[in-house]
Design a protein around this ligand. Structure first.
Ligand SMILES: C=C1C[C@]23C[C@H]1CC[C@H]2[C@@]12CCC[C@@](C)(C(=O)O1)[C@H]2[C@@H]3C(=O)O
Ligand SMILES: O=C(O)CCC(=O)C(=O)O
Ligand SMILES: [Fe+2]
Length: 346
């Protein structure tokens, strides 16, 4: 990958779903990236203090009603979040040819490239991403080949960020389980090696933000996704009968949303909520998502205690990997694809 400016237009067609547009080189939104962006509504996300004695029931209500909320007192140090953000800017501000040295393989999950959900949409997205699991040692060496100190700093901060996000997410999962009047014995696998993906998202400044989309409407495949979006808005959740609810950033908060697997686990009680990220013409926005799922060998199915004769299990058991694979085929219809078909009476 020796060449300098490597724009999407010049890339072979099989790379169009992997190599992002060279956003700095365009003054208008090209046809390939032109979206009709529905305007947002008014409204806000519930803000929950994790130290509040009522946190449990507030989380349950938020997960049942919208499927998303914001948290404070989440335990992740503010200073660490700022450092993760700084390193995220360092990465995305690298020249395009350098970022392409850490390109994700077309069927891979980790590395640099367009968001994996690009394949759901006919129009291209105004964003780029970098995902990792644990410390991205090899990718850091490709991104900063002549700066070993920067490689170490990047890896250390990303590792620490994942460690703290994991602890906070596990605390919220515990509250969720208790809020459903269940105990650790009902979800023994939560104590095992849960899997997680750390995804850095970048939304370059867009000359015509009403004609482009950062991340198109999607639900996450995870159990829970926890997002740090710093001081720039862009993330919006679709509320039933409300429309796109923008999340105005409050310093130090994290945004949490229910993913498809948690919706399956709760037999549909918790909503896996559609969300999107819009772009703007003044700020380069970044966000950091901790995408938390079950251990790789655990089949997720509706919890027995949440089902009975009147509430039969709505979904078939599935492991995360198979669910994610099905999602690349069925997109936002994947939950329906895993629905139990009602047996006919004899
Ligand atoms: C295990 C997962 C979770 C995926 C799909 C698959 C691999 C890559 C993940 C992400 C990471 C970036 C945002 C997202 C929306 C995307 O485009 O790719 C995520 C998506 C999801 O949460 O569904
Ligand atoms: O950029 C954001 O705020 C949203 C990111 C997101 O939805 C995701 O990573 O799945
Ligand atoms: Fe998402």
């Amino acid at each position: 990958m020796g060449s300098v400016s490597y724009s999407y237009q010049n890339s072979p067609s099989h790379l169009k779903h992997v190599v992002p547009l060279d956003f700095n080189s365009v003054k208008t939104v090209p046809d390939s990236h032109e979206w009709v962006v529905e305007p947002h509504a008014s409204g806000s996300l519930p803000l929950i203090n994790l130290s509040d004695p009522n946190a449990k029931s507030l989380i349950r209500q938020a997960c049942e009603k919208l499927g998303a909320f914001q948290v404070i007192n989440h335990g992740v140090p503010m200073n660490l979040l700022k450092q993760v953000e700084l390193e995220t800017f360092r990465l995305f501000n690298l020249p395009t040819h350098r970022k392409l040295c850490a390109l994700r393989s077309p069927d891979g999950i980790v590395g640099y490239g367009v968001p994996r959900i690009q394949c759901y949409f006919s129009k291209l997205l105004w964003s780029e991403g970098f995902s990792m699991m644990k410390a991205p040692v090899e990718h850091a060496a490709q991104l900063w080949p002549h700066q070993p100190d920067q490689q170490t700093t990047f890896c250390n901060i990303m590792e620490e960020g994942q460690k703290e996000m994991k602890a906070s997410t596990e605390r919220m999962m515990k509250l969720i389980v208790e809020s459903l009047e269940l105990g650790p014995e009902d979800v023994k696998w939560l104590k095992g090696e849960t899997e997680a993906l750390f995804a850095l998202n970048s939304y370059p400044i867009c000359p015509e933000p009403n004609k482009a989309m950062g991340l198109g409407p999607h639900t996450d495949t995870s159990l829970l996704t926890v997002v740090y979006q710093s001081s720039c808005s862009g993330l919006q959740f679709l509320g039933d009968g409300i429309g796109w609810i923008p999340v105005h950033p409050i310093p130090g908060t994290l945004v949490v949303n229910v993913g498809d697997l948690l919706s399956i686990l709760t037999n549909g009680r918790f909503k896996s909520v559609l969300h999107r990220a819009v772009v703007n013409d003044t700020h380069h926005r970044v966000s950091v998502a901790y995408i938390y799922g079950p251990p790789s060998d655990v089949k997720i199915s509706p919890l027995t205690k949440l089902t009975d004769d009147d509430h039969p299990p709505l979904y078939r058991p599935v492991v995360w990997k198979d669910y994610a694979y099905a999602k690349s085929k069925h997109h936002n219809n994947t939950l329906n694809f895993f629905k139990n078909t009602k047996e006919e009476d004899p």
